[in-house]
Structure formats: structure tokens, C-alpha cells
Write a protein that binds this ligand. Sequence first.
Ligand code: FAD
Length: 492
Amino acid sequence: MAEPELVDVVVLGLGVGGEEVAGRLAEAGLTVVGVERNLVGGECPYWGCIPSKMMIRAANAIAEARRVDGLAGTVQVRPDWAPVAKRIRDEATDHWDDRVAVQRFTGKGGRFVRGSGRLDGPGRVRVGDQVFQARHGIVLGTGTRPSVPPIDGLVDTPYWTNREAIEVEELPESLLVLGGGAIGLELAQVFARFGVRVTVVEATDRVLAVEEPEASEVAAAALRADGVEIHTGVKAARVEHGAGRFTLRGTGGEEFTADQLLVVTGRRAHLDELGLDTVGVDASRRYLPVDDRLHVTDDIWAVGDVTGEGAFTHIAMYQASIVVADVLDHMRRADGGADASGTASVVGGAVGAASSLAATGSSGAAGSVPRADYRALPRVTFTDPEIGAVGLTEQQARERGINVQVGFTQLSSSTRGWIHKTDHGGFIKLVADADQGVLIGATSVGPAGGEVLSGLVVAVHGAVPLAQLRHMIYAYPTFHRAVAEALRDLGS
Ligand SMILES: Cc1cc2nc3c(=O)[nH]c(=O)nc-3n(C[C@H](O)[C@H](O)[C@H](O)COP(=O)(O)OP(=O)(O)OC[C@H]3O[C@@H](n4cnc5c(N)ncnc54)[C@H](O)[C@@H]3O)c2cc1C
């Protein structure tokens, strides 16, 4: 067996979360080994957020051009996928090449190891023949992979996941989308706007089932207006593929056919591959349970999708900041405890960095590490109109026994909504804790729903008293001014 090499920290998986942790710890002067088996940067830049939002930007340009009719004359629109595919290839993913990302990490002083890693006993990570012994800890940022349901016949077919959908060069004539969550709806609308006949099949009784029911209605109406067929409450029983066609059969006898099938039914972590048993951690869970400083054990941290706290890049980045501060704090304490001014030096500037990062904490005593707080978790579904949401939905709040107050307003009844001609609705919905007098959730749907959300995130995060929100000045005529109307509807 190879002699273990002693380093400060090993980061397993250099997706959004892992790369951020590894890079910042390396910059702080630690010896950091970053292990990645695929592309540094992970899902977001190569098959997720960035290319999908490029596709959405292009599809929205088509939709906006079509809106000239009736507003400003006439235009003829001839969609062409070629520039979209080229932009994803050349600008977003560099032809799915991570050389720049690897250099970004090594340029910060990190050591990059390409390969599949696994835990190999306390403090140890094995990558092929190489074994690293981490003096100060291991960070797991191994993300998730598509969760493909056990539907009869499916695995033997050439179905797409998000990866093939993002890499597509030539669009199919027709597409079945299995899964009516955020990713399914975003991609369905994009492809429909480029002329693909799209059918969405969803098992629950509404699309975007985790958001407010009013948001589901707006999303479904908008997609239908783009020509998308939506079937909810359909449990897929069997998939067949032959003569270049997919057939999806439901348990209730439903039958759908198309040239291609996209499966977007959620994602899951693959804990069984990580050697967790060698450190006494249960690998049978869906996600890695972590505490509010992202500890799995005393000297193992996890970051990003693998924690199950929300599959968003902004969650991975948020958690990464906490992990960086906590690893440095951990080191400081393990090495005899420098005071908050960082007088003792552990490795290069690491202790000083620990002090200054820890000082950015939003809770606890000065110099303490911030704790993760997901109360004001924002999420945006980038359909047109955009669906932004933060905190609890009305139903979630009621299930928690909170004394709920709800405020609602249609965007079309605001000046800006009326001027804009918000075709498919749009609204602001506020969920308040009547006893505390603060917002605990909000949904903002409209042409800039994700941007309007920011003020509502501040309100939920900062627990801004409703009285103060009511006495704010909202610029006229903005979309966000509808928040004032929703507050009026909330009552006093
Ligand atoms: C189509 C799509 C659109 C999305 N859009 C958005 C959006 O608009 N906004 C948003 O916030 N989020 C979006 N997301 C989610 C976002 O991409 C993820 O939340 C984010 O990538 C999570 O980062 P991560 O670091 O946890 O994991 P990942 O990005 O999955 O990275 C994990 C890395 O670990 C590596 N790895 C795994 N196991 C090992 C091992 N044993 N050894 C070595 N390496 C390993 C993997 O190869 C991978 O590179 C989208 C996702 C998809 C699929």
C-alpha cells in the first residue's frame, strides 16, 4: 500500500461548493489537495445553471420578438438552434474542457488530482494508488446525479438527462419531458420556443409542486401558451423505444409518444461510493446529514447538493463560506488557539484568515463561525414569467402551526404590470407570521420575478417588521411596487 502523503485538507469533488472551499483554503496558505473525477466547476457551468440560462436567454429573445405584434408593429421570427448550441460549446463550457478552471485552482496554490476519490479510514482519502492523510480535515463536495425512476424498460433506452439536453446540437421534432419540476419546465419552455412539440408528464397533481399552487397555475398557463402539452397526475409505468420513437405508458393506460425522452425527476447523492463506512458514517441515507457548521463528523465537512439542504449553486457557495471559516477556526483551536487577532501562525496566513472570515459571521459572538440558516432560502424557476420564492409557502407555514396571514396581488393590477401587458399573469404572494409581525415566505411571479424577489429575501432574512415594510417607499412604476399592494392585502 502506498505511503499516505500528509497534507492539510483534502476536498473531494470540485463542483461549485468544493472548488470554492478548496480555492479559498489554498489562498489562505493551507496545503490543499482537490480531487475531481470529471470537470472542475461541476454541474452548474457545464450542464446546469449557466448553459440552461443561455438557452433561456435565447428562447426569451424569441418570445419577446413575437410580442412586437400588437405592441410595435410586426416581425418575422425564424428560430435557429445553431447559435445557441455554439454559444454553449464555445462560451459557456469551452467544449466541456476545464483547463481554465483547473488553472484557477492551482493558481491559488491548490494541488489538483484528477480521479475518483473515496474515504479510506479516518483522515484518509484514496485516489487510485495515491493516499492522502489530511491533518486538518476532509471536505466532501461530491454533488448529486440525476435520479432516474425504476420505470420498466427505461434503462435500456437512449433517454436524455439534463446533460444530453444541454449538449444537444440538433433539436428533435418532439420531446417528452418526464418531470414537471423547475428544470423540466425551464427546458420544456426553451425547446417549445424553438419549435419542438413538447409534452410534460408529471406524477403529482401539479407542476412545480414544491411552490405555491398559484405559481404552478401561472407556470402551466405560460407553457401551454407556448404550445407545451402538460399532463399531471400521470404515474409512468413503462417506456419503450423503437424506430426512433419513445413511448411512455402511464399506470392509468395513458400513452405518449415522441422522438426523444428527457428524464428530469430529481437528483440524488451517491453516498455508497464515498467509503463512508471506513469512518463510521451511514451511507444508506439519501443525503449526508450535516450540522449547522456543515460537519458530518468532527473532521469531515460536507458542502453543496450532497447535504440535501437545497440543490442550488447559491446554497453551495453559502455553505462554502461557512466551511472555510470553520476549517480555519478548527485549525486555530487544534494548534493551541490563537486569539482573535490571529497572533499564532499555523500555516502561512491561515490563522489571520480564520479570524477575519469568522468575523463576518451573522450570529454568535464576535470571532465565531457563522451558522447555516436556511430560513430565507431563495429559489428561482427561470421560466417566462419567472417564479421567485423565498422561505415558507402558505401550506408549509400552516403545517408548522404558525398563525398565518396571507397577502396577494395580481401583477396586472399594478401600473407596471398593466403597461407591460403581463400576458400570463404574475403576482406577489406574502406569507406572514401574524404573531411575530414578520414575513416568513413570499413568492414573486412576473417578467422579473427573480429580481423582484431580492427585497422580499431581505425582509424574510432580516425579519423586518411588517410595519416597517408598509412604511417603505416603493419606486413608481416598478414591478416591485406590487409588494406594497400585497402588504395592504395582508391587513394590518
Ligand atoms: C439543468 C440544471 C439547471 C440548474 N440551474 C440552476 C440555477 O439556475 N440556479 C442554481 O442555483 N442552481 C441550479 N442548478 C443546480 C446547481 O447546478 C447545483 O446546485 C450545483 O452544481 C451544486 O454544486 P455542488 O458543488 O454541490 O455539486 P456538483 O456541481 O454536482 O459537483 C460535484 C462534483 O463532484 C465530483 N465528484 C463526485 N464524486 C466524486 C468522487 N468520488 N471523486 C472525485 N470527484 C467526485 C463530480 O464529478 C462533480 O464535478 C441547476 C442544475 C441543473 C441540472
